[in-house]
Design a protein around this ligand. Structure first.
Ligand code: TXA
Ligand code: MG
Length: 346
């Protein structure tokens, strides 16, 4: 066990705090810090001890590579090679921000980070606090989402406290992560970039900048490397979760019948839905993620509500579809994983 030091983001200007953080990175310790997407559990990306610590503390499979975080575009070129001509435009448009670019790596990048792949994912976070932490570290910081493997990504200090208190050296409290779901992962090793993990930077937004983009799994026979992380089951609450898809009245009828049945059997129940449908269900635990027209709000609340299901020890969870907004692909991707792809059409 380690004794965790907790700092608030506004303490990062204190010399003493900065020195403690810098030292932690230097000595292969783990530092949990906020980013605009989700919290990350970080280590010096060039130091094997710190990287191994991340895999151990998270319980993460070692073939699932980590993302490297840097604070300046120049740093990308220290660790990567064979750059496609369109890459510069992507960096100019979307960095700092929630877009991870997967490049061919050079020999500076330890194989432990990349799970043995010849590529490395890099991003400059949009969060000022995250960039400050990277600058204090003075090294590239590798950081997966700060959650125990299999739990929802952390979007609030309370979540990382729950998962990592006295397991890492330092936790930095930066309040709630604004974006709320993890960065878009985009392979940029080929002539046309490929979306490996959908996020708030959508395929459309990318295509508007570079002209053409593929989506992993949707373009048969096209160069489309898999993202190792996508094969693992992620973000699933302990209770059984089902997504119900159909016309509004049918969805409400179906879920209410199920809730009534579970109540008789003594199961605890909850519904995760959008503002439009809140209040129509037969359970004390119904939660709105937000309004469809403003689906940024849905993204920023989703993981918090999934975690709440575990805190409340809910046995049976129903979710309604969260489609119709510009970010439906990223949102439904996370929701489907949480439900283990159980969808009932009514
Ligand atoms: O928003 C984010 O990306 C957050 C914050 C902390 O930056 N990080 C994050 O890391 O979500 P993680 O490790 O939970 O997810 C990284 C995903 C995994 O699915 C991983 O397999 C994929 O990116 N990935 C990383 N490096 C890759 C590579 N070289 N090739 C393909 N996929 C890669
Ligand atoms: Mg993760």
């Amino acid at each position: 066990m380690v004794e965790t030091r907790i700092y608030h983001a506004n303490e990062l200007d204190s010399l003493e705090v900065r020195e403690d953080i810098r030292n932690a990175f230097e000595h292969g310790c783990n530092v949990v810090f906020p980013t605009e997407t989700v919290y990350g559990i970080g280590a010096n990306a060039l130091d094997v001890k710190g990287i191994q610590g991340i895999y151990d503390v998270k319980g993460r499979p070692s073939d699932n590579p980590l993302i490297m975080h840097v604070s300046r575009v120049e740093d990308v070129f220290l660790y990567t090679k064979n750059h496609q001509p369109y890459v510069k435009e992507l960096m100019e448009h979307f960095w700092p921000g929630p877009l991870t670019l997967v490049f061919d790596k050079n020999e500076q990048v330890p194989n432990l980070i990349t799970g043995g792949l010849s590529t490395v994912g890099i991003r400059i976070p949009g969060s000022v606090v995250a960039r400050k932490v990277i600058e204090i570290a003075s090294v590239p910081v590798c950081a997966p989402s700060a959650n125990i493997s299999g739990r929802p990504s952390s979007t609030m200090f309370e979540h990382v406290y729950e998962d990592f208190y006295n397991k890492v050296d330092i936790i930095i409290d930066g309040g709630k992560s604004q974006v709320g779901i993890e960065s878009t992962v985009l392979d940029v090793t080929g002539e046309v970039p490929v979306v490996l993990r959908p996020g708030m930077i959508t395929a459309n937004m990318i295509a508007n900048v570079v002209g053409k983009v593929y989506i992993e799994g949707e373009n048969d026979g096209i160069h489309a490397p898999k993202s190792p992380g996508m094969k693992y089951k992620h973000y699933a609450p302990a209770g059984e979760m089902v997504i119900v898809d159909g016309a509004k009245d049918d969805v409400v009828d179906y879920i209410n019948k199920e809730l009534d049945r579970h109540m008789v059997n003594g199961f605890s129940t909850a519904v995760i839905t959008t503002k439009e449908m809140l209040g129509t269900f037969h359970t004390n635990h119904q939660f709105s993620v937000g309004r469809i027209e403003e689906d940024e709000e849905i993204a920023s609340n989703l993981f918090m509500l999934l975690r709440k299901m575990d805190v409340l020890q809910i046995d049976r969870i129903y979710a309604t579809m969260m489609v119709g907004g510009p970010h439906e692909e990223a949102i439904m991707n996370r929701l489907l994983k949480a439900a283990n792809h159980r969808v009932v059409k009514v």
